[in-house]
Design a protein around this ligand. Structure first.
Ligand code: FE2
Length: 402
């Protein structure tokens, strides 16, 4: 028996004044999609996710269908509305499929939510607890840029996150989906994706600093790296980006805004196809082995950005000299295979990283994924931005949007 209660009663837990979030982990990333059944098949087939659990008409949910997909420590909830009155229906009508909510696992969702609201955050929804004999899950949301939400999630009993990671039920209402041939295939052919490294938000021109302050004040994040439009500009378009990191640096949120260029910025293109509403531009998924992951994803048909051949003419001199200058060993992965797989490489004073970006995951040029592997570097591939954006602009031109 599942009970749902809404509560605004004061919490007995201590308040975390310096880190209101008291972030334990990324609980899950929620997508709102037009057809969750088909999206689940896409993310499982293309990216190797396990389709684990479901909450839909068969479990008594008459408002939406939700699928839990997992890989490593990544949990996606793909949700589709079952009627025009569900808020996801209007969101999908305006913006198409995309990420609605990046949820944080915390010790006490209600006190984290209260602290965030006290710090100037706007509530998206008040604490709601779902419980049964096995335990409980409490969720409460605040609104970040656009109509994106951060939900605080706290869990007890067999719904605690360590249990969920071991295959336990996600929350009351969900049921295991049962044996799927696709899941078995994916277990035998893993893609090696481990966790969410960062999530990038695109906001309107002039609003980046507003959201930087918001993450500082409301969630107790701090600025991690700073790029300006001199770093990230091509002949035609530019953007500005600042990276916000959670107190324990478990997750980072780069915030992009468009900067003036001769032609349309990729950030502006995103906004125009996203109802002029800020939202999540890309989700970076971490792997320990970029070459194996990208090779596996390419075999599955994942469409990655095409990196210009000329990129590889300059990359080793740039990367190796940076690594040498800071006393780090050279890139250990096979250089020819990196080129054959079309992977990007960048280095900074701490080491290097390997990364590659997919093309948009839906027909609109909005959300995409990044596959990233860090070898010491904690940055975001600044040296690749120019190469990347030239490649992005080529794609933008083909869509007639440049
Ligand atoms: Fe990224």
């Amino acid at each position: 028996m599942t009970t749902v209660t809404a509560s605004t009663a004061p919490s007995t837990r201590p308040q975390h004044t310096t880190d209101p979030l008291a972030l334990v982990d990324v609980d899950h990333v929620r997508f709102w999609v037009g057809n969750a059944k088909q999206s689940a098949f896409f993310y499982a087939t293309a990216f190797g996710f396990q389709v684990e659990q479901i909450d839909d008409l068969t479990t008594g949910n008459r408002t939406s269908a939700q699928y839990l997909l997992t890989q490593g420590n990544i949990r996606f909830i793909l949700e589709t509305p079952l009627s025009k009155d569900h808020p996801a229906a209007d969101e999908i009508r305006r913006c198409g499929d995309g990420i609605k909510d990046i949820s944080f696992n915390v010790l006490d969702a209600e006190s984290a939510w209260k602290a965030a609201v006290r710090n100037g955050g706007t509530s998206a929804y008040e604490p709601v607890t779902r419980s049964d004999a096995s335990g409980s899950v409490t969720m409460a949301g605040i609104r970040t840029y656009g109509r994106t939400v951060h939900t605080f999630v706290s869990r007890t009993g067999s719904y605690a996150l360590p249990e969920v990671k071991q295959g336990g039920k996600f929350m009351p209402g969900f049921r295991p989906i049962g044996a799927l041939a696709l899941n078995e295939q994916n277990r035998q052919n893993p893609c090696g994706l481990k966790f969410v490294d960062h999530a990038v938000g695109n906001v309107e021109e002039g609003k980046m600093n507003h959201w930087v302050s918001w993450y500082e004040n409301v969630l107790g994040f701090s600025m991690f790296k700073h790029f300006d439009d001199k770093d990230i500009s091509t002949e035609y378009s530019a953007l500005m980006s600042k990276v916000m990191a959670s107190g324990n640096q478990l997750i980072k949120f780069p915030i992009n805004e468009p900067a003036a260029g001769k032609k349309k910025s990729q950030i502006l293109e995103y906004l125009e196809w996203h109802d002029m509403t800020p939202g999540v531009q890309h989700l970076a998924l971490r792997t320990d082995d970029e070459l194996s992951s990208v090779a596996a994803l390419r075999r599955r048909g994942v469409d990655f950005l095409n990196i210009p051949e000329t990129y590889y003419e300059g990359v080793w001199a740039r990367v190796d000299s940076m690594l040498r200058q800071h006393g780090h060993s050279a890139v250990k992965e096979d250089h020819q295979r990196i080129r054959d797989l079309g992977i990007l490489v960048d280095a900074d004073d701490e080491g290097y990283l390997l990364q590659l970006f997919t093309k948009p995951l839906q027909d609109r040029p909005t959300l995409f994924f990044e596959i990233i592997c860090r070898r010491g570097s904690q940055s975001f591939g600044k040296g690749n931005f120019k190469a990347l954006f030239e490649s992005l602009e080529l794609e933008q031109e083909r869509r007639g949007n440049l």
